[in-house]
Design a protein around this ligand. Structure first.
Ligand SMILES: Nc1ncnc2c1ncn2[C@@H]1O[C@H](COP(=O)(O)OP(=O)(O)OP(=O)(O)O)[C@@H](O)[C@H]1O
Ligand SMILES: [Mg+2]
Length: 404
């Protein structure tokens, strides 16, 4: 009777259930262990023949109706006859994982697996598997699966929408900064023209003053690079690419952003102080997005100081190791500060106190920081102004590095 009840639950439940015989595989694994194999992950990576053999040893005994539906098979028999078609290149990696779990004596495992239905559509499923305490139970392992393909797609669409929003606001912000950026490019260009004119005169003199020309040419090269770098940074910020995960030094992010705002700071008579830790461990993330966050915070600080009179307008950007596994950056201003009743809202989308503000800066910044596994928050500055902080987890190497 209990077997009967078991069967009816097996058939009627809304999750896919698989009964599989892992006893043959378990026996081989135990034998390998007896022979002294310890690091099974490494062993399987080096012995694909063994993995293939174990694969053939595992047998599917039964599946329930939900499984037939999930894989778009005509019937249970149809599905059981076409198991090979369900695999994708990632399926084997998951299988190897499971073998390692068994070898290491795990009691249960859950995870995501990518499969294919019989109509060739890719399918992402959440699976759970419980390993019995004794070898005996491996003859009939139960694996349950829930189709999360739709949710996965929704997550991907949300991530994509987020990246696009970040891009749009970035470009908007660059648009607003055009005047100040143009100034930052114009200045070296003007210096180049002046130096070149002077050089023409030095060359026309008799005898030509080559020493001065050489000095001027050095300055021209320097200024040309300076202008080029600003343009390069803007192009990067305006570009649209998939979010990256590189080892990023937050001090570099600060140095990337400063040239873009320098003219604006000068124009508003704001003094800038950089207080950067001499050596910061890298974080893992997207350098452009982190530049965007910092630019947002700095522009907010500049705007908060726009109406301030009778006290110094001072911007401090500070970086420091936060604790063992975080680094933090703080942007501190002496502006109007945040009213107590606004504190809960400044990070909300579309909250703004500025005429012409969009109210997206902090909301986007927070989601970027959180997508990097970090935190973004604000504290009051004494006696005036606000401080915005973000902390990001330190990258655990080895990590990919990006040059340039
Ligand atoms: N440094 C700061 N000092 C005081 N108030 C601030 C500061 N930074 C942000 N705020 C407050 O938080 C609000 C939201 O900031 P947020 O950057 O999200 O939008 P915004 O600057 O108004 O518009 P935009 O989308 O153009 O950035 C601001 O309107 C302002 O009231
Ligand atoms: Mg803003």
């Amino acid at each position: 009777e209990s077997e009967q009840r078991h069967r009816s639950i097996f058939e009627s439940t809304g999750v896919s259930i698989w009964e599989q015989d892992f006893s043959g595989a378990k026996a081989v694994i135990d034998e390998l262990k007896a022979q002294g194999v310890r690091d099974f992950r490494q062993y399987f990576a080096a012995h694909w023949d063994v993995v293939r053999r174990l694969d053939r040893l595992v047998r599917v005994l039964d599946v329930n109706e939900e499984t037939v539906k999930m894989f778009r098979a005509k019937s249970k028999a149809d599905l059981l006859a076409s198991l090979d078609k369900l695999r994708t290149p990632e399926t084997r990696a998951t299988f190897v994982d499971l073998l390692v779990n068994i070898a290491e004596g795990w009691t249960s495992r859950e995870g995501e697996i990518t499969l294919q239905d019989l109509e060739g559509r890719q399918l992402t499923a959440l699976f759970t598997i419980t390993f019995p305490p004794t070898a005996k139970g491996f003859e009939r392992l139960l694996i349950t699966m829930i189709d999360v393909t739709q949710r996965k797609h929704a997550e991907q669409r949300a991530a994509q929408a987020h990246a696009e929003l970040a891009h749009v606001t970035r470009v908007t912000m660059l648009g607003e900064m055009t005047a100040s950026i143009a100034h930052e490019v114009n200045q070296p260009l003007a210096a180049i023209v002046a130096d070149a004119n002077a050089s023409l005169n030095w060359l026309a003199a008799a005898p030509p003053d080559l020493e001065s020309v050489r000095g001027a040419l050095d300055a021209i090269v320097r200024d040309g690079h300076r202008a080029g770098e600003v343009i390069q940074r803007i192009r990067q910020l305006a570009s649209k690419g998939a979010p990256r995960k590189d080892a990023v030094d937050l001090n570099d992010v600060v140095r990337d952003v400063v040239p873009l705002v320098r003219a604006e700071l000068r124009h508003q008579e704001i003094s800038l102080m950089l207080d950067l830790a001499s050596k910061l461990p890298p974080v893992l993330g997207d350098r452009i997005q982190l530049q965007q966050v910092l630019l947002n915070l700095v522009m907010n600080a500049v705007e908060a100081m726009g109406t301030v009179t009778g006290r110094p307008r001072r911007l401090i950007i500070r970086s420091e190791p936060d604790d063992d596994d975080h680094v933090s950056v703080a942007v501190q201003d002496t502006g109007i500060g945040i009213a107590a009743n606004h504190l809960d809202h400044v990070f909300s989308a579309f909250f703004t106190t500025k005429p012409g503000g969009m109210g997206m800066g902090l909301s986007i910044s927070r989601s970027i920081i959180e997508a990097h596994g970090g935190r973004l928050w604000t504290t009051p500055n004494r006696p005036h102004g606000a401080v915005f902080h973000f902390a990001l987890p330190v990258a655990k190497g080895p990590y990919p590095t990006k040059v340039g």
